[in-house]
Write a protein that binds this ligand. Structure first.
Ligand SMILES: Cc1cc2nc3c(=O)[nH]c(=O)nc-3n(C[C@H](O)[C@H](O)[C@H](O)COP(=O)(O)OP(=O)(O)OC[C@H]3O[C@@H](n4cnc5c(N)ncnc54)[C@H](O)[C@@H]3O)c2cc1C
Length: 344
């Protein structure tokens, strides 16, 4: 009988099918695979049969009940937003942090607090480093490094490769901010823990970002290069519907690019992803349509509850109610993504 290595299986099911989410889980610490200009690349054949690359990939088999049992101690909640304790709105109370953030700076405020309180000893975040073209994962251990990662890079960024860096550096309590696909991968790491590294404890905090889609890093860079100087871009913004544009902010002001022009750059994997809100995170954060400077915040686990309570008590975070009409709208959007995935 033919022995299929994990890498062969990953290639067949994911890479060759164009379904790589560019999460970065397979390339971290693997000598046979790497990233090149925003793509996952196989350098050499690996014959390991039970490898992490296939097991931790968010696009291979995913058992929602097993992951839910691990994270929430209950079976998977199939409601539109997954298991949750509550949905509220929030913003960083520090105006400087709020100004750095994509929405209200909630994520940055929470990571700063988690580091300060020792809930985490490091944070795996996503940055475009000075002089570089592609977003990637970084291990942040200081206030400055966490703040420098604020803002959304609307691409698949292979950020989870930096989880390996954090583990190899000996960090014991790693916080990770990730897209829904990355959240799934992180939970698979903890569930299967193939190298027995106590990943359930060491991946100590998972903050999910809402996500409908992400651009292919390489295609997006190729699109931007002739239009904007690579180092001139300061920030991207996607205003709420019906704008249907991506705003690119540079030193010369903001340019609006129609989203319809950019849709061909969306990763194929996003079309098959059923999760809009990072259902298996400790907390999930998204934009708050119609309320600039605020976020939508879904609190899911007891750790998430503790973090938010601490953030409010210590004056890091301002919270408010999330109106029922917005909640209904959010659920509808999440269900639409599920439906799209089921039809792909
Ligand atoms: C690809 C993508 C698609 C998104 N789609 C939606 C959407 O459809 N609806 C919606 O409501 N919100 C969406 N968001 C989330 C939204 O843009 C904000 O990230 C979220 O509201 C948190 O805002 P904040 O002000 O708290 O974040 P900040 O305080 O600015 O923190 C942002 C954090 O996100 C991390 N990050 C940035 N880019 C990436 C990336 N590519 N991969 C992983 N981590 C990253 C950074 O490390 C940083 O820690 C999307 C984000 C991304 C990256």
């Amino acid at each position: 009988m033919e022995r299929v290595s994990s890498q062969d299986a990953l290639k067949r099911a994911v890479l060759d099918e164009g379904l790589c989410a560019a999460c970065g889980a397979c390339v971290g610490g693997c000598p046979y695979m790497t990233t090149f200009r925003g793509k996952t690349v196989v350098l050499d054949r690996c014959t390991v049969e039970h490898g992490r690359c296939y097991r931790y990939c968010p696009m291979t088999e995913f058992d929602p009940d097993a992951v839910s049992a691990l994270v929430f101690e209950r079976p998977h909640d199939t409601e539109a937003l997954g298991h949750l304790d509550r949905v509220i709105s929030s913003q960083a109370a520090d105006p400087a942090v709020a100004a750095l953030g994509q929405g209200g700076g909630t994520v940055t405020a929470l990571m700063l607090l988690a580091l300060e309180e020792g809930i985490i000893d490091s944070a795996v975040l996503t940055r475009i480093l000075p002089g570089e073209e592609y977003a990637r994962g970084v291990v942040a251990t200081t206030t400055e490094e966490i703040q420098a990662a604020a803002g959304s890079k609307f691409v698949g960024s292979h950020s989870l490769a930096a989880v390996r860096q954090a583990l190899d550096a000996g960090h014991r309590r790693i916080g990770v901010v990730g897209l829904p696909c990355q959240v799934r991968s992180l939970r698979k790491m903890a569930l299967y823990d193939l190298k027995q590294e106590n990943l359930k404890e060491r991946i100590a905090l998972v903050v999910g970002l809402f996500c409908n889609w992400a651009f292919s890093s390489r295609d997006f860079a190729a699109f931007l290069a002739p239009r904007f100087g690579p180092t001139s871009i300061k920030r991207f913004q996607i205003p709420p519907p019906p704008a249907n544009v991506l705003e690119v902010e540079t030193d010369d002001g903001a340019t609006r690019v129609p989203l319809d022009e950019l849709r061909p750059l969306i990763q194929e994997s996003c079309r098959t992803c059923p999760d809009m809100t990072g259902e298996f995170a400790d907390v999930s954060v998204g934009m708050y349509e119609g309320m600039p400077g605020w976020n939508t915040l879904i609190v899911r686990t007891s750790l998430g509850t503790r973090l938010i309570e601490d953030a409010v008590r210590t004056g890091r975070l301002r919270t408010d109610a999330f109106p029922d009409s917005n909640l209904e709208h959010l659920k509808k959007a999440a269900l639409q993504k599920r439906k799209r995935a089921s039809q792909a």
